[in-house]
Ligand binder design. Structure first.
Ligand code: BYC
Length: 330
């Protein structure tokens, strides 16, 4: 039901016999595990879907700098400040690799930014939640980067070469991010009673938003079937969410923290934890623009875009001057 509320270019799977000759040959390359490179033939839908996913991913990295950047000046020690600064800078780098990967598909970074600002493109729901205390820096690193790694490690094997290669470096850096978050949580839970309470409060607020990062449940996912057939996505949303829960629960236990889900329990038969699904109505509200920080986040991106206009204009003017000088010399 919710999937209908989502603005989407998603289409049903095309049966092999209904594919054009080129599309069938393309699907054979995908099925054989070959990488698709920018100048290779690709169906329009593959290109559009990749631009959508990589572009949204890039925007998420850039918008993702905002909730953490907010804490750089308030980090409790010089070491924590240096670590957080490095992490936030890494996110900028991730955004740039991903914009470059999307550009190989024939869309410019400026066009993608315009689409973000006018609502045609999304960014991850998680960044529409506020970071209220220093413990949130721990929870974001541990849970948000932890969820990002779970989603992104398989994307290193995605079918589109430039995307897969960008993911290799991104995943290495995300591991450092996850550890720095867990390290902050360790310090908080081993600190005073108030600090431990702050850590628990951060976990309480970030648990469900982190589970939402994997996208709607499989029955409401519009893109999964086609994206998996094209190996743009390697796993379903629910598979990765389950994997994240299974790996994170023991980490919470190690920290002495309680996952805010009374029904969470190990299921001997399935070999997985049973857990309560996120509130999907909240998720769809957030991705429709009505989360706690959506307006602030987009205003910040709009301001950065407006403030940077003179740089973009100066670069174009410089390139034009250089080209004119070269032409005059010839
Ligand atoms: N937030 O058909 P579905 C990070 C949208 S941040 C917002 O299942 P798909 C990091 C979806 O776009 C992590 N929207 O979609 C950075 C679609 O709407 P449209 C970023 C969401 O694409 C800084 C609709 O819901 N990672 O790394 O098959 C600091 C239906 O969904 C979300 C990536 O982007 C969401 N959570 O699956 C720390 C990874 N979920 O587009 C960390 C790459 C769904 O039709 N992306 N929607 O209007 C993916 O793997 C997939 O795009 C998703 C969603 C699993 C996210």
């Amino acid at each position: 039901m919710y999937a209908q509320m989502v603005k989407s270019t998603g289409k049903g799977l095309v049966a092999r016999e209904d594919m054009s000759f080129e599309d069938r040959a393309f699907q054979d390359r995908i099925d054989a595990g070959e990488k698709i490179e920018p100048k290779d033939y690709m169906p329009d839908g593959y290109r559009r879907n990749l631009i959508r996913q990589i572009g949204q991913h890039a925007h998420s990295e850039i918008v993702g700098q905002l909730p953490e950047g907010n804490w750089i000046t308030r980090a409790p020690t010089l070491e924590r400040k240096a670590n957080l600064l490095a992490k936030v800078q890494d996110e900028a780098g991730h955004g740039l690799y991903l914009y470059c990967a999307a550009e190989t598909l024939g869309v410019s970074r400026d066009e993608m930014t315009e689409m973000l600002l006018d609502g045609r493109m999304k960014y991850s729901s998680i960044f529409n939640y506020p970071t209220l205390t220093w413990a949130d820096m721990g929870a974001v690193g541990w849970l948000v980067d932890g969820a990002a790694i779970m989603n992104q490690v398989p994307l290193q094997r995605t079918s589109y070469g430039p995307y897969a290669r960008a993911m290799v470096r991104i995943c290495k850096e995300e591991s450092f991010h996850q550890r720095q978050g867990f390290h902050i949580m360790m310090a908080m839970v081993n600190g005073t009673a108030d600090q431990k309470r702050m850590a628990q409060d951060a976990l309480n607020r970030f648990w469900y938003p982190a589970l939402m990062m994997f996208g709607p449940s499989d029955k409401d996912s519009v893109h999964s079937a086609q994206s998996m057939a094209w190996r743009i996505k390697m796993n379903t949303n629910d598979e990765l969410r389950q994997k994240f829960v299974d790996e994170t629960v023991p980490q919470a236990e190690y920290l002495g923290l309680t996952i805010p889900d009374d029904d969470l329990q190990w299921n001997e038969d399935t070999g997985h934890y049973d857990f309560t699904e996120p509130d999907w109505a909240e998720f769809f509200e957030v991705i429709s623009g009505n989360g706690p920080c959506n307006v602030d986040r987009l205003n910040a991106r709009q301001k950065a875009w407006d403030d940077g206009a003179w740089v973009r204009e100066a670069m174009v003017a410089h390139a034009e001057k250089k080209a004119a000088r070269k032409q005059a010399a010839e």
